[in-house]
Structure formats: C-alpha cells, structure tokens
Design a protein around this ligand. Sequence first.
Ligand SMILES: *Cc1c(COP(=O)(O)O)cnc(C)c1O
Length: 239
Amino acid sequence: MTDRKDELAANLAKVERRIADACAAAGRERDEVTLIVVTKTYPASDVRILSELGVRHVAENRDQDAAPKAAACADLPLTWHFVGQLQTNKVRSVAGYADFVQSVDRSKLVTALSKEAVRAGRELGCLIQVALDAGVSARGERGGVAPGGIEELAGLVAAAPGLRLDGLMTVAPLTGEYAGRERAAFGRLMDLSTDLRRSHPAATMVSAGMSADLEDAVAAGATHVRVGSAVLGVRPRLR
Ligand SMILES: *Cc1c(COP(=O)(O)O)cnc(C)c1O
C-alpha cells in the first residue's frame, strides 16, 4: 500500500473502533450507524483511496470543491452528501451529483432543489438542518433552522417533486444553552426527530456527531456520523 493508503486505513480503523465501542456502550447494533467521511479540502485521490478501503458515504461542504471531485470519482460506488451552507445559485450543480443534501434550512432552498432535481431527473434525499442555538424563528450562525421551523420546512420538502424527506441533521452548537453540551444537544435533536416522525414516519435519518463528538451522537441515537479530520487528518485551512 502507499503511505497515504496506510495512513487512511489506520485512521479508518480507529474511527471504526470508536463507532463500534460507542454502539456497544449504547446497546446498539453497529449497523444502526452509518459512517460518512467528510472529504472537504482533501483531493479526489483521497476519495478514491477511501473507496478502495470500503468507504461508501462521503460528504462535502462547498460546491466549488465538491463538483470537480464528484466528477473525478463518478466511476466509484459512492453516495455523496452535501453538508454545507448552500446558496441557491449553486443548487443546479449540487443537484447533479449529491444523493443527499443535509443542509436544507429555508423554503427558498426547497423550491430551488426541487426544480433542479426534477430538471436533472434525480431524487434528492433531504435532511432539515437544525440550529440548536438559533432564536425562535431565526437561522443559526452556521446555517440551520430553529426547532420551531422544522415542521413547516418538512411539509414543504415532503410535498416537493424530486425531493424526499429523510430526516434531521445538526452540528453541535458553539453558543447558546447547548454550547459544550454535545450529549444534551444530540438528545434534543433525537426528541425533534421523534416529533418529526409522527407526521413523517419515513424521515428516520438523524445525522449528528463529528470527529470530536461522535460517541455522544451514537449514545443519543444518531443514525449517521460525519467524520472528517479523524480519518483524513487535520485540515490545513479552517472553512
Ligand atoms: C467539516 C464537517 C464535519 C466533519 O468535521 P470533523 O471535525 O473534521 O470531523 C461534519 N459536519 C459538517 C457539516 C462539516 O462541515
């Protein structure tokens, strides 16, 4: 193996062990949690290696980087998740390669995603991004809709052609009542998921947890963890 492949294999094994241990501690089956590797800032060659190592889900947060990478990796059996704040002028591009958009946080975005999914002849899985540090009807600093806005947005997604409502996503907040309380934050997301599933039973995905807090997310009941730096290394630039 190349040095990079060795390095990624070792990192993946560590993350896999962490997820397995967290599942065991929570009394959950390992297959209840899907690992999504966040490849942002890293090259398509790394994505290719990850695919060889058995990774099936990757995520990106900027269309400018993601679009060429997805094109370069189009031959690989990968599912692409878009997890970044999304401007409507990037939606046409994202709808061309993303299988899931986890950062749906406003009605304008739902309209644009629906239009472009239909145009591309694709169905996009959508997660509502929840901002646990946002005011009652505001959006969060890093995107996301306040909990009070979930139901309305979910209804719009569920009714939109080309879109499928799959669940909720959050990033542990740095400010507000949940700052530094990842377990509580992810617990709150699970409660919101329970509420959502009363009206949308198929919206079962709960995407939470990153390199630093994946154990808290698995303990809370997350179905998907999004892990970047623990697999690929510390990113050279923060974005
Ligand atoms: C970068 C990113 C991650 C991964 O973060 P790490 O700390 O590198 O694991 C997860 N989710 C989102 C939305 C991200 O932007």
